[in-house]
Design a protein around this ligand. Structure first.
Ligand code: PML
Length: 262
């Protein structure tokens, strides 16, 4: 059965307001096109003066993946302590991980702002690999099935948000690439202060209060191993269709319990 990618983006005065995408069969096209169009028109960041909705038939079969297991950490652990713990579980040196955390908060693009896409950082050198550091690498052709999204909603309960669902979908695709070791994400939405670190072989760790409220800076960093085939990685992230078809777990863990997670 043919599948279609539907992508929406909106802006005002050239400034990005919102974006979203789906992968759906032909019979759902009308409904999904309309729902993304309405989502663009009613966004908390304002009324756009430009909306694009693009529909395109997929040229290749999607890969179906199970979402990463999700953890949130119990108690008011300071963010720096949490990041140190999570980076120490990963192949990312703690000092390098913290350095990029600070850079995201200060504005990671060469001009000191947010990048539309992600930075790609080589481990252990810390070298930036993304071809265009103003734009970054955009992860595209991703979706989650309605059934998996419903199950995620049930598991996360009051902690569920659409941002969380979309971020888990994206991060599951990213971490599925063999060269990606970890991801750090801080939303650039000034009202959304939950971010995450995903660690290869462990899961997706939600971090509440990762940044001060009101800050419009943030972004994503993908940490990759030495000798990464950049062309292959960028082509996978930007072009390979991935659908999350099932979810794993959603648990609250203590700082000490993180250590024992496999
Ligand atoms: C974004 O705005 O794109 C990032 C959203 C991060 C969601 C983190 C979470 O709630 O788990």
């Amino acid at each position: 059965m043919a599948l279609f990618s539907v992508k929406m983006r909106s802006s005002k005065g050239g400034l990005h307001i919102s974006g979203a995408e789906r992968i759906v069969p032909e019979e759902k096209l009308d409904e999904v096109v309309l729902s993304l169009f309405n989502r663009a028109r009613n966004h908390s960041r304002g009324k756009p003066d430009f909306i694009s909705v693009k529909v395109e038939e997929l040229k290749e079969e999607p890969v179906y993946l199970k979402a990463l297991p999700v953890y949130e950490v119990k108690g008011g652990v300071p963010i720096k302590t949490l990041l140190e713990k999570l980076f120490s579980l990963s192949d990312v040196p703690v000092s390098l991980g913290l350095r990029f955390y600070m850079q995201l908060l200060k504005g990671i693009s060469p001009s000191g702002g947010v990048m539309r896409g992600a930075a790609i950082v080589e481990i252990p050198s810390g070298k930036r690999l993304e071809p265009d550091s103003e734009r970054g690498v955009r992860v595209s052709y991703i979706d989650i099935t309605d059934e998996a999204a419903e199950e995620l909603k049930r598991l996360a309960g009051s902690r569920y948000t659409e941002n969380f669902r979309d971020a888990l979908t994206l991060s599951t695709k990213v971490l599925n690439h063999p060269d990606v070791l970890a991801e750090l994400c801080i939303s650039d939405d000034p009202d959304y202060t939950t971010g995450y670190v995903s660690v290869k072989g462990r899961g997706y760790f939600r971090l509440f209060n990762i940044k001060p409220a009101g800050l419009s800076l943030g972004g994503r960093v993908f940490f990759v191993g030495e000798g990464t085939d950049l062309k292959n990685l960028v082509s996978y992230l930007e072009g390979k269709p991935v659908i999350i078809s099932s979810v794993s777990t959603y648990s609250a863990v203590s700082l000490e319990e993180i250590e024992g997670l496999k």
